[in-house]
Design a protein around this ligand. Structure first.
Ligand code: MSP
Length: 510
């Protein structure tokens, strides 16, 4: 779904500043970065946005609990999210904060347009309200005993006069949009959820809050504050107008947005957001991918449930590549999946340190020992190139999987080739060939194929483990980062040995 010759604009949700970043936030950021890096490898014109959602009741309540102002809380926590993005190796082009006046000014303009277009009216709202979600729950969403299904807290019945967005008027528009764009929402089972939500009949949604203090005033009624979700969703559009000093990127990247988010905010992105765009005279985004939850034990990891795995700690001990790899490999993107410290260490050891790290160090060591570090000239070996898990066609396969927004499968395809290369070493036993002068040509061929195989696999792995890939590609004498077909480089490259890419755990911990 992602292939095109226009801008490629990838976003994460903007995260609430009421809590510190945790692995769940890191997960979306890592996934978005994998898409961004892969698309840059293919020469796409990429813009990658992340940021923080700073208005609304969740932030107001958290600040109140701490006895500081919401702006102070935002100013304290937004840099933590910026650090998190940096720490996971995210290559975001901009970081938006919704308390930025450049954002709020644009939001006011766009919402005024929605109002002028007649999609807003005054009404009375009554419903079950979760202050942590900043959302009213419908009857079918409620947990047992009128609780929030996400935060597991009892909800209050609230009633107030506020402004409504006429979502119900966009039912036909949304049905048409989904009919015309089968891949507007992926994976398909999430798309089906969105479609059945729309087909179940849409109710208008409240657009403002009378009691809220920490939010943008409505441009046409300053006695009411804007419901945080309208201000938040619009970040995807407003950021483009000021992300780059002196330049407006809106035409270049809108509507080519591809949103990455988890299922908790599906309804906002898959239903309200395209309707809001249409109401404001904007094209809807290109599409979105909905991922599952990282679970610790059986529960969604979340700050309020107190079961978080601290990404900063993991990164400090193992490095960001290991975290990126683990997140994309352990949990099939789109599904929920459990993560644990033990599972993490097992994958680090068996896959990164053994499968990949050893393959790299062995290959470089043999090139150094047997051929003075120069990759011999030889032809691609059909034994490695063809058949199941053959090296040929890897770049195309990975690209196709990423186009279908399946980053775990793309990683799996590359990893199958890592294993294939390991089998090849074991089968061809270059250390035995080296003992026999008469087998010099055969040794040349095996070393060429290992170096070339490692090069194309590492290029495919680059979006997932960019630091290790950079080191290894440099060591292999590969200056580029574009995806490459097996056999597209001949011999002659000068290689050098590197330190262990993924040191064994004993060493990593000391
Ligand atoms: N501020 C809103 C989003 C506005 S977007 C216009 C919000 N913020 S949040 O801080 O609660 O972040 C929710 C998002 O964080 C999820 O959709 C997901 O991307 C990520 N995750 C938070 N916890 C997660 C897990 N345990 N597992 C996977 N993703 C998680 O909602």
């Amino acid at each position: 779904m992602l292939r095109r010759r226009v801008g490629f604009y990838v976003t994460t949700p903007i995260f609430y500043v009421n809590a510190e970043p945790h692995l769940g936030h890191a997960y979306s950021t890592i996934a978005a970065d994998v898409f961004a890096r892969h698309m840059r490898q293919r020469g796409e014109d990429v813009f990658f946005l992340t940021g923080t959602d700073e208005h609304g009741e969740p932030v107001e309540l958290a600040a109140e609990r701490e006895g500081i102002t919401p702006q102070e809380l935002a100013d304290r926590n937004a840099p933590r999210f910026q650090e998190m993005a940096r720490a996971v190796g995210a290559t975001n082009d901009f970081f938006i904060r919704t308390s930025d006046p450049r954002h709020t000014e644009r939001v006011a303009e766009i919402m005024q347009r929605v109002y002028d277009n007649g999609h807003v009216y005054r009404g009375m709202y009554e419903g079950w309200y979760c202050p942590r979600c900043a959302d009213f729950k419908t009857e079918r969403e409620l947990g047992p005993g009128n609780t929030c299904p996400i935060h597991e807290i009892p909800l209050e019945r609230e009633q107030e006069e506020n402004w409504f967005f006429r979502l119900s008027a966009f039912e036909d528009y949304l049905k048409r949009l989904y009919a015309e764009r089968p891949d507007f929402v992926v994976p398909e089972f999430r798309r089906n959820e969105a479609v059945s939500f729309i087909e179940g009949g849409l109710q208008d949604v409240s657009l403002s809050r009378a009691k809220l203090k920490w939010g943008m005033p409505l441009p046409w009624d300053s006695s009411q504050r804007m419901y945080v979700w309208f201000d938040a969703l619009l970040n995807y559009v407003t950021a483009l107008s000021f992300a780059r000093e002196g330049e407006d990127l809106t035409e270049r990247y809108w509507p080519y947005a591809f949103h990455v988010l988890a299922k908790d905010i599906l309804k906002f992105h898959a239903v309200i957001w395209p309707a809001l765009c249409h109401a404001a005279g904007l094209e809807p985004p290109r599409g979105m991918v909905i991922h599952g939850y990282l679970l610790m034990g059986e529960k969604k990891m979340s700050k309020s449930l107190g079961n978080v795995l601290d990404p900063f700690e993991v990164i400090e001990r193992f490095g960001s590549d290991a975290l990126r790899f683990y997140c994309m490999r352990e949990v099939s993107f789109g599904q929920d999946g459990s993560v644990s410290a033990a599972g993490f260490e097992a994958r680090y050891e068996t896959e990164l340190a053994n499968d990949f790290g050893n393959l790299a160090s062995r290959t470089l060591a043999m090139l150094a020992r047997y051929r003075d570090g120069v990759v011999p000239d030889a032809d691609p070996d059909p034994q490695l190139a063809e058949g199941e898990d053959g090296l040929r066609g890897l770049a195309a396969e990975v690209s196709e999987l990423i186009d279908r927004a399946e980053p775990s499968q793309a990683l799996g395809a590359a990893w199958d080739r890592v294993r294939r290369l390991n089998r090849y070493v074991e089968e061809r036993r270059p250390w035995d060939l080296a003992k026999d002068e008469g087998k010099a040509a055969e040794l040349d061929s095996v070393l060429y194929n290992l170096a070339e195989g490692l090069r194309v696999v590492t290029l495919a792995l680059y979006p997932y483990i960019p630091n290790a890939a950079d080191k290894l590609l440099d060591a292999l004498g590969e200056p580029g980062r574009a995806l490459a077909e097996f056999g597209s480089r001949g011999g002659g490259a000068r290689t050098e040995r590197t330190e262990a890419l993924f040191p064994k755990l004993e060493t990593a911990a000391s």
